[in-house]
Design a protein. Structure first.
Length: 130
């Protein structure tokens, strides 16, 4: 009786690890569920297909945009054209048709804000913060 080849065992054990590594690089965007909230960074904006792709906790999420989608920046209304790659957003999905984004709240800008100096200690009184 021939002996089984030992080279096949490492390949069998490493197969799932290799598949997981490849899947991470070829991430498939998953549609956001109705009546859910999705928070993430804007990765792609496709106004022709009415889609927004977000990176949410390491997963790509696709959000459908509808004519009734409202964009909010702070307390004021904005527009979908204001969204930029890298913006941090929170999306509330509609619970009934037409399914898609009901409200997109822009939580952070894609451009970093100017650095603010941190409070320093007084030179004459080092124990007192300014």
């Amino acid at each position: 009786m021939p002996r089984p080849r030992r080279a096949a065992l490492p390949v069998l054990l490493l197969g799932p690890v290799i598949a997981a590594a490849c899947a991470r690089d070829l991430a498939v965007a998953v549609p956001a569920a109705p009546a859910s909230r999705v928070a993430g960074d804007v990765r792609e904006i496709d106004l022709h297909a009415n889609r927004l792709t977000l990176l949410d906790a390491g997963r790509l999420r696709v959000v459908e945009l509808t004519p009734s989608t409202v964009v909010r920046r702070g307390q004021s209304n904005g527009s979908i054209q204001e969204l930029k790659k890298g913006d941090r957003v929170v999306v509330s999905m509609a619970a009934s048709p037409p399914y898609g984004a009901r409200v997109i709240s822009i939580a952070g800008s894609a451009t970093p804000s100017p650095a603010h100096p941190s409070p320093t200690r007084s030179r004459s009184h080092p124990h007192v913060k300014l």
